[in-house]
Ligand binder design. Structure first.
Ligand code: PLP
Length: 374
């Protein structure tokens, strides 16, 4: 059976060059990066070279990047330390954030009694920017805004420059979850007014279990994990040299091939939407002006099909998603779609189809064929 992977917002296949880099590192550079002998020094060099490579592509300083095990860890660390150590008393966020952000904020709210403001979501899946601007401008206590750049379920894009400018003008800290956009659009962290971003290698054809936090120069967080002196003592634990090397390689390749892959993926998404519209004229797109690799559609199918659609596609070897990966398999509506779809629409099947440069038009044709007989 031909298997078709259209779930690239959940995770992406590794590039061969990334696998090769990781294998070479595992074989040749097994030293503990904290050891002072040559084995340790060569592992340490790989880590620091990787940091410089990532910094070069994001236009920031290498020391502003700290390696973590995931974006979830990076977000937990940043938000917790902002409240505990930087004195943040209020967080402005939205109900459509990833659970890494939402659940961290909820736990901080309970633990530290901070104020949390959720910006309303409009029927097109975007934030109410008027409310957001006012909230930022009128905040009288130390405040942090935590909003994601590209929504992982709908692909709705945040105007990161605008939000960052409002935050900078009001001396409000800005944490942006850039997990879905790093490696897929260019970033110039010297000109985007953002204090913290987080990324995860497995979303840009790198390995799982490694990510990073960007923490703007002069912001001093306290450790989240205590132990050795790794990562300037801020994130203790022996570094996974091969994972870090794989992440840097994946990011480098993502940016080298960015223009070509972006236009190819954009074409694939347009092709898929056109085919969906031709075959299911009542199909609706959830969210407007969405990111080029994510297409979330409401299918004009009966409610009974909602629970089984993913299963039926899966037995045909086709992987798509109903929401974020953590929710698939459950028939609870996605917390993101719940924020802006009507109750009636929520009962119908919505699918998130997310593309990478490895997909083809033929795969989309087979996916549409499979949907026709669901
Ligand atoms: N934020 C967003 C937008 C995501 O899509 C994900 C992954 O699903 C995460 C955070 C969590 O990333 P990680 O897999 O590194 O924990």
């Amino acid at each position: 059976m031909t298997k078709i992977y259209l779930d690239n917002a959940a995770t992406t296949p590794l590039r061969n060059e990334v696998v090769n880099t990781m294998i070479e590192t595992l074989q040749n550079d097994f030293g503990n990066p904290s050891s002072t002998h040559s084995f340790g020094r060569s592992a340490k060099t790989i880590i620091e070279t990787s940091r410089k490579t990532i910094a070069k592509y994001l236009v920031c300083q290498a020391q502003e990047l700290l390696f973590t095990s995931s974006a979830t860890e990076a977000t937990n660390w940043i938000l917790r330390s902002a409240v505990k150590d930087l004195g943040v008393a209020k967080i402005i966020t939205s109900s459509i954030e990833h659970h890494a952000t939402l659940y961290t904020i909820q736990s901080l709210e309970k633990e530290f009694n901070i104020e949390v403001v959720y910006i309303p979501i409009l029927p097109n899946g975007t934030l109410d920017y008027m409310v957001l601007e006012k909230e930022i401008e009128t905040s009288s206590v130390k405040t942090l805004v935590s909003l994601m750049h590209v929504n992982n379920e709908t692909g709705v894009i945040l105007n990161i420059e605008q939000v960052g400018t409002w935050c900078a003008n009001s001396k409000v800290l800005f944490h942006c979850d850039t997990v879905q956009s790093i490696g897929k659009v260019s970033f110039d962290l010297q000109s985007i007014p953002v204090d913290f971003i987080v990324a995860s290698a497995h979303k840009f054809h790198g390995p799982k279990g490694v990510g990073f936090a960007y923490i703007k120069k002069n912001i001093v967080l306290q450790p989240f994990i205590f132990g050795g002196e790794q990562e300037k003592g801020l994130r203790a634990g022996t570094e996974a040299t091969h994972q870090i090397a794989g992440m840097a390689k994946a990011l480098e390749l993502a940016y080298i091939h960015l223009e070509h892959e972006r236009s190819y993926i954009t074409m694939l998404k347009e092709y898929a939407l056109e085919k969906l519209k031709t075959n299911f004229p009542e199909v609706k797109v959830n969210g407007s002006d969405t990111f080029y690799n994510i297409l979330n559609v409401l299918l004009p199918f009966s409610e009974e099909k909602t629970a089984f659609i993913l299963f039926n596609l899966d037995i045909k070897g086709i992987a798509v998603s109903r929401g974020s990966a953590c929710q698939s398999g459950s028939i609870k509506p996605s917390h993101v779609l719940e924020a802006f779809l009507s109750e009636n629409d929520l009962k119908k099947p919505s699918l998130r189809i997310s593309f990478s440069h490895y997909n083809t038009k033929e795969e989309i044709d087979l996916f549409i064929e499979a949907l026709q007989v669901i």
